[in-house]
Design a protein around this ligand. Structure first.
Ligand code: APR
Ligand code: PHB
Length: 392
């Protein structure tokens, strides 16, 4: 088998790349280790930046997102017995976020690729990249896919990044001493907007998926097990961490799914080796506090699409050569923002009274200074997609 771009992974990065390339007349094949049902049901984050929404709309896959997604024009920071709204409409006029589950984006992209005759192979065993410096190819289940370039969109635990020889990549990493327990509950949201709550018991987040489905997260110990968290304990802890302002009551309902995620910051540089290009979680991870993971993946594949379109139109590798540096500017901005939101809102066992005072002081600053609140808002809704990107 032969294609122009061999894509490993049918997460948001691989699927959107395949779709955007198709719109530019470039052929690709997506190889996915898991089943279609699995990738469509996997519950992940759900905040789309303005730039992500724009890419999905402009590329013709935004119809259901426009109908079912929830535009939000602010978030609340809750701490010290009070809620403080960060008003996007005033601080970053014209920019907002849309709450729409990542797996809904994945469903929309798969449906569109298949309708367009795109090739996505699911349940593909033993994918391995080869000959990355010239004439690259992928092997899987006894078959071979030759391609001009390989896009490693196979997430943090994929095979593409580990196929790069030792010593090539510089790795930058930080692990956090806690995890997030996430739940979906069949219950209307208890507030109209997201609530990021810092409490002495640990961080909690109120989010949602629809007018009928709420999404919540709790900071838990890094070695927590779902068995430690029966429904009553989850609700009691959410109440203790979120019902901290007068008049706010959490509406409870049946829990329909639960998951645990490690909190990690990670960057591999450069995001390229020979003809292998890494995109999304394969190259970088952020803790979910800034809601940046999916949005970074979208930004990467947009840059990669432009670079590949430029290659096929002109024969020039200029934009491909700039791919890693172009992406890493945004990646590092998001790394800082995600680390900053995480340290601002979580409790750390190592924190002494001084550390807690500093955290409160910083929250006071962010919620009282127009400049500091604008910094948060600008990063949260996302910097423009082409900031820093070279043009063709
Ligand atoms: N062979 C084929 N496919 C693989 C392999 C492999 N060896 N290893 C992993 N995959 C697949 C996974 O099953 C998954 O479907 O690659 C896909 C990677 O998708 P994601 O993990 O969703 O990563 P990405 O597309 O980069 O999206 C980033 O995902 O976790 C969130 O926070 C993250 O929202 C961000 C988004
Ligand atoms: C979510 O709704 O899943 C969500 C929202 C905001 C975050 C992380 C996750 O920061």
């Amino acid at each position: 088998m032969r294609t122009q771009v061999g894509i490993v992974g049918a997460g948001p990065a691989g699927l959107l790349l395949s779709h955007l390339l198709h719109l530019r007349g470039i052929d690709s094949v997506v190889l996915e280790a898991r089943s279609r049902e699995y990738v469509e049901q996997r519950v992940r984050a759900g905040v789309l930046e303005q730039g992500t929404v724009d890419v999905l709309n402009e590329s013709g896959v935004g119809e259901r997102m426009r109908a079912e997604g929830l535009p939000h024009h602010g978030i609340e920071l809750r701490y010290g017995g009070a809620g403080h709204r960060i008003p996007f409409e005033r601080l970053v006029p014209g920019r907002a976020i849309t709450v729409y589950g990542q797996q809904e984006v994945v469903k929309d992209l798969i449906a569109r690729r298949l309708a367009d005759g795109g090739k996505i192979l699911f349940d593909v065993p033993d994918v391995a990249p080869h000959s990355l410096q010239a004439d690259p190819y992928l092997t899987f289940g006894g078959e071979r896919l030759d391609c001009d370039v390989i896009a490693g969109c196979d997430g943090f635990h994929g095979v593409c990044r580990p196929s790069i020889p030792d010593g090539v990549l510089s790795i930058f990493q930080r692990d956090y001493p806690f995890a997030w327990l996430g739940i979906l509950a069949r219950v209307p949201p208890s507030a109209e907007e997201l609530i990021y709550s810092r409490s002495d018991r640990g961080f909690a987040l109120h989010s949602m998926r629809s007018p009928e489905i709420s999404r919540f997260y709790l900071q838990v110990p890094p070695d927590a097990s779902l068995d430690d968290w029966p429904d009553e304990r989850i609700w009691a802890e959410l109440r203790a961490r979120l019902e901290t302002v007068p008049g706010f009551a959490l509406t409870e309902g049946p829990i329909i799914s639960r998951d645990l995620s490690a909190m990690r910051s990670f960057v591999a540089e450069p995001m390229r080796y020979g003809r292998l290009y890494l995109a999304g979680d394969a190259a970088h991870i952020v803790p979910p506090t800034g809601a940046k993971g999916l949005n970074l993946a979208v930004a990467d594949v947009r840059v990669l699409t432009e670079a590949l379109a430029h290659l096929y139109a002109t024969g020039s590798t200029d934009l491909l050569d700039a791919y890693s540096a172009t992406c890493l500017k945004r990646v590092w901005r998001a790394q800082h923002f995600s680390w900053w939101m995480t340290t601002l809102l979580h409790t750390f066992d190592t924190d002494d009274a001084y550390g807690r005072r500093l955290q409160t002081s910083h929250l006071d600053y962010v919620t009282s200074s127009e400049a500091a609140a604008t910094t948060l808002a600008e990063n949260y809704v996302g910097l423009p997609l082409d900031s820093g990107a070279p043009r063709d």
